[in-house]
Write a protein that binds this ligand. Sequence first.
Ligand SMILES: *Cc1c(COP(=O)(O)O)cnc(C)c1O
Length: 417
Amino acid sequence: MHQPPVTALAATDPDIADLVEREARRQHDKIRLIASENYVSQAVLEATGTVLTNKYSEGYAGKRYYEGQQFIDPVETLAVERAKALFGVDHANVQPYSGSPANLAVYLATVNPGDAVMGMALPAGGHLTHGWSVSATGKWFTPVQYGVRRDTGRVDLDEVRDLAKRHRPRLIFCGGTAIPRTIDFPAFAEIAAEVDAVLVADIAHIAGLVAGGAHPSPVGHARIISTTTHKTLRGPRGAMLMSDEEFAKPLDKAVFPGLQGGPHNHTTAAIAVALKEAAQPAFRDYAHTVVANAKALADALVERGFDLVSGGTDNHLILVDLTSKSIAGKPAAKALDAAGIELNYNTVPFDPRKPFDPSGIRLGTAAITTRGLTPAHMPHLAGWIDRAITTDNPADHEKIATEIRELLTSFPMPGWA
Ligand SMILES: *Cc1c(COP(=O)(O)O)cnc(C)c1O
């Protein structure tokens, strides 16, 4: 049953309550490997479900446009102060509704329409909001896109430097959604300095690893740091912008009133809780175990003949090119889902197939680490993955799903009992 119980919801709207229950059970019963997902704690879950959702509070603590902010102001101030302390930054804004609007605020704060902006191409592992053509950021600015080397699967910093010198972008984004390797913030900072661009580190995926000391920090290298709060950081769906003093005012003004109205105070409270959790010693262990699990899973997959982009991983994420397994990403993801293993199909660099039917799958270990799985479980998990994609017999998939359900009964999930 969902925890806390949804009794009033069940009485008012049994349809939605039933779907919530079924989703909670699904999250409990599956090995969740979607690299951008996690399980929030019971405390974070409770904070998101509070009466703070009833309150409007346009503006910032001490400078609001509506009355009645006696308790909202300290909530937001706690979130801001915890973000500053955890990441060691001068300034934090916790109001962006999610990662995409946070990045839009970065553009609004720093560049003008038509300006050249640089980011990693989506098919190479970047994010839509780093200037990809279908995104507003690709339409309203002049995007310059870098990729990875064909031979290494890693960012080619010489290419980044050449492109930067040729196109003189005002803004350079580093970070992305499918990068299995450490981001070299000092090298990006050097290139940004050479062309007088502002470096933005988008650490949406790795924020929890940075907070836990399992990935180098961009602080001192990137003038602006953008992050979601719901991936490895294990908070509610939301985002934060962090910066040095110089960008504090422009970023705040870009978020409100530039792009947004009232902040989502229930989310802000939950972000504050997640940041408190991320400052505990146990979270450092968590972040390091996320990486240890990813490395162990990567090793076990390689042993079984899987072809990993860049050959392995430094973080929470593994990108697999399934060409050597004679199956495409989408049918593999569907087979795995039937077998109780949830992940997404993904393009791989230089993918000869279409984005909607690409060659790869992406795996992440943030959620299974929260559940309590350890490197000792990873060879077994790799075995299930291998079995699931080499059969199209539904009975085989059901058998694996049953084995997984049995394993996971020993690993409780916050939000379900
Ligand atoms: C997830 C992600 C975002 C966007 O976050 P949403 O909350 O989905 O809008 C932005 N940048 C990167 C690198 C991401 O991984």
